[in-house]
Design a protein around this ligand. Sequence first.
Ligand SMILES: Nc1ncnc2c1ncn2[C@@H]1O[C@H](COP(=O)(O)OP(=O)(O)OP(=O)(O)O)[C@@H](O)[C@H]1O
Ligand SMILES: [Mg+2]
Length: 244
Amino acid sequence: MLEFQDVTLKVDENGKEITILDNINLQLERKKIYVITGPNGGGKTTLSKLLMGIRIPTSGKIIFDDEEITAMNITKRAKLGIGYAFQQPPRFKGLKVRELLELAAKADNNQVDFCKLLLDVGLCPQDYVNREINNSLSGGELKRIEIATILARKLKLALFDEPEAGIDLWSFQKLVETFKKLHDENDLTLVIISHQERIIELADEVIVVADGKIKERTSKDTILSEVTLESACGCSSKFCDRRR
Ligand SMILES: Nc1ncnc2c1ncn2[C@@H]1O[C@H](COP(=O)(O)OP(=O)(O)OP(=O)(O)O)[C@@H](O)[C@H]1O
Ligand SMILES: [Mg+2]
C-alpha cells in the first residue's frame, strides 16, 4: 500500500551538501503494524516527514495505493487517509480539546465519542473535554491530545513518532492497548517510531533505520533478543562492532 523507491534526501548546510536519507527502498503492506527503530539521528523522523509531505525528497518516488504522492502536499495526503502524530506536538492555540477532536473527525466524516477517545489516551474526559489548548497543558497532556486527534480520524495509514515521549508509565500502558485496539478494529496500517520494548512487541515487522539507511527489516523477537544480548555485554548500542 506504501512504497518508497530509491528515496534520497539531501540538504544544504552552510554550503555543504549532507545526505539525511540515502536511497531508501521500502514496501509496507496493508493492515500490518510496523515499528521503526534505530539510534538517535538515524533518520526516522525525517522518513516520516517524507511520508507526510512535510519534506519532499531530492530524488526517488513515494507511492501510496498505486498513486504517486512524491510531490503531493500535506493536505492532499491527509485527504488520502495518511495521518501523523509528531514527536513534539504542535500547539493548536485557542481551540478547546473537544473542538480540535471535532475538526479531526469531521475531516473524514467520522462519528466519534469524545469521551471514549480521551479515555483511550488515558485522559479523564470530564477534566479535559472543555479545556482550552494553551500553555497550561503539560507536554504529556498535549502529546496525548494529539494522539487522540489521530484516533478521531478514519485513516488508511497512521504514523506515530515516539508516542512514548513524555508519557508516564500508566498512560503508556493504556496507549499500548489503544494501539492494539485501533489496529484490531480498523482496516489500517500502523507505523510507530519507537524505542520501547512494549511497542516493539506489537510489531508484525521491525524496521531499523540508522545513518540514513534501512539497516534491517526483522521480527520483533530478533530485535528483542538482540537488546538482551547488548545488555549482557555491557554495550548500549545495537551498532557497536563488539556486539556479540
Ligand atoms: N534540515 C536539516 N539540516 C541539517 N540536518 C538535518 C536537517 N534535518 C534533519 N537533519 C539531521 O538528520 C539526521 C536525522 O534526523 P531525524 O530527526 O530524522 O532523526 P531520528 O532518527 O528521528 O532521531 P531521534 O531518535 O533522535 O528522534 C540528524 O542527524 C539531524 O540532525
Ligand atoms: Mg525522531
